[in-house]
Design a protein around this ligand. Structure first.
Ligand SMILES: N=c1c2ncn([C@@H]3O[C@H](COP(=O)(O)OP(=O)(O)OP(=O)(O)O)[C@@H](O)[C@H]3O)c2ncn1[C@@H]1O[C@H](COP(=O)(O)O)[C@@H](O)[C@H]1O
Length: 96
């Protein structure tokens, strides 16, 4: 069974796709093309958020759709150069 270390692993791949682009979904979305990368990624975050809402309301595929949303949010953070530890630190800071 996977644990939370998969998030770190995937994030490292996203940083690598950003820094050493190949012909892949994540590298391509992180490149400006006819549309700016930030617009493409933000659009996906919005779409995936809407899909999570529908999944919750319809009791269907909530985990699957949530992973799509989390993944695209991670992609946005990687694209913007955020160190993933900042996210973990922020969770830690809020811990009561
Ligand atoms: N976790 C993911 C991941 N989750 C979703 N996706 C892709 O995100 C894209 C958009 O998702 P959508 O839900 O919109 O899918 P869609 O096919 O457009 O439409 P629907 O059928 O869902 O309606 C799809 O092409 C998915 O394959 C992902 N693509 C990559 N990863 C990870 O990112 C790494 C790098 O990916 P590559 O750049 O492809 O090598 C991989 O090794 C994986 O670990």
């Amino acid at each position: 069974m996977a644990d939370e270390t998969i998030i770190n692993e995937v994030y490292k791949v996203l940083e690598d796709r950003r820094d050493n682009p190949i012909d892949s979904y994540t590298s391509n979305i992180m490149k400006d093309s006819d549309k700016k990368a930030v617009d493409k990624i933000c659009e996906k975050v919005g779409e995936e958020a809407a899909e999570v809402i529908l999944a919750a309301k319809n009791d269907e595929n909530l985990v699957y759709e949530s992973v799509d949303l989390i993944f695209h949010n991670l992609l946005l953070l990687a694209y913007k150069g955020v160190n993933l530890n900042e996210v973990f630190d922020e969770f830690e800071r809020r811990r009561k």
